[in-house]
Write a protein that binds this ligand. Structure first.
Ligand code: HPA
Length: 274
């Protein structure tokens, strides 16, 4: 694994003339325009990067974007990898470890999610305060990669408190609605039954999605500071559950994307200035 990552890192270092990105971004379904927040310098197809897995989902592209914001380098994934596509946890998190080897200190994550908390509405933005990994998967299984972090990483603060405060302060200042919530990650690709939704809500989750938790766990292992803001694309309440289609999810994500992109830009500007 380490050798594969080092080969990919070597390729990217050469391709980007040794650029050292400060911020890494992973965006989800319908939220790709967030990557327009930077001055794009390079768009590198995943297929050109040694050992990089290629996403199969139609709504996801497959490029690594290198850009600049406030004089700092930002690296963003245009197209994400999900466990439901059949990728192993190691493949899903390959880009996170790659970012770490390239020097990324801050990982910004966005994704589409269902709202389990009855106070959430379709189109709401939610900053994640904590997570529950229900996928039954972990990329940390197997021999520990000591070069990245410890065998038993602490998970009391997956989402960085300071970044969380920064996001909330900027949201208030800019007049962008931002709620707080706990994210529960499931493997998918099927949506939940009403009984499952009831169970996940009682377990303490506010939003539910099919990504994020594997990547954030690896990011914590690598010592990165993580901030995740999700868009509620559908209301997922057990006792008045409505059928949800991928089109509905993409529509709602597209609706939330400009607000989210604006918020990310303001956050990235502030973090890049630190
Ligand atoms: N459940 C799981 N994943 C999702 C949902 C949902 O309701 N909406 C968007 N991603």
């Amino acid at each position: 694994m380490l050798k594969r990552l080092q080969e990919a890192t070597g390729y990217l270092k050469e391709k980007t003339k040794g650029a050292s990105p400060l911020i890494g971004m992973i965006t989800g379904t319908g939220l790709g325009e967030i990557t327009e927040l930077m001055n794009l310098e390079q768009r590198i197809p995943y297929a050109h990067i040694p050992h990089f897995p290629i996403p199969t989902t139609e709504s996801h592209k497959g490029n690594l974007l290198i850009g600049e914001i406030q004089g700092k380098t930002l690296m963003a994934m245009e197209g994400r990898l999900h466990a439901y596509e059949g990728y192993s946890p190691e493949e899903v998190t390959f880009p996170v470890r790659l970012m770490s080897l390239l020097g990324v200190k801050y990982l910004f994550i966005s994704s589409a999610a269902g709202g389990l908390n009855p106070q959430l509405e379709r189109g709401d933005l939610v900053v994640i305060t904590d997570q529950i990994n229900m996928t039954g998967l972990s990329a940390l299984r197997g021999p520990n990669l000591d070069a990245f972090g410890p065998r038993f990483p602490d998970m009391t603060r997956v989402y960085d408190r300071e970044l969380l405060r920064t996001a909330e302060r900027i949201a208030v200042k800019q007049g962008v609605g931002l709620k707080r919530g706990v994210y529960i990650g499931v493997i998918g690709p099927n949506l939940e039954t009403p009984a499952e939704t009831r169970f996940y809500r009682r377990a303490g989750a506010d939003v539910i999605g099919m990504s994020t938790v594997l990547e954030t766990t690896v990011a914590v292992h690598c010592g990165m500071k993580v901030l995740a803001i999700i868009a509620v694309t559908n209301v997922n309440l057990p006792d008045c559950m409505q059928e949800t289609s991928i089109e509905m999810v993409i529509d709602a994500a597209n609706l939330a994307a400009p607000r989210l992109a604006f918020l990310w830009k303001e956050i990235a500007l502030e973090v890049a200035a630190i």
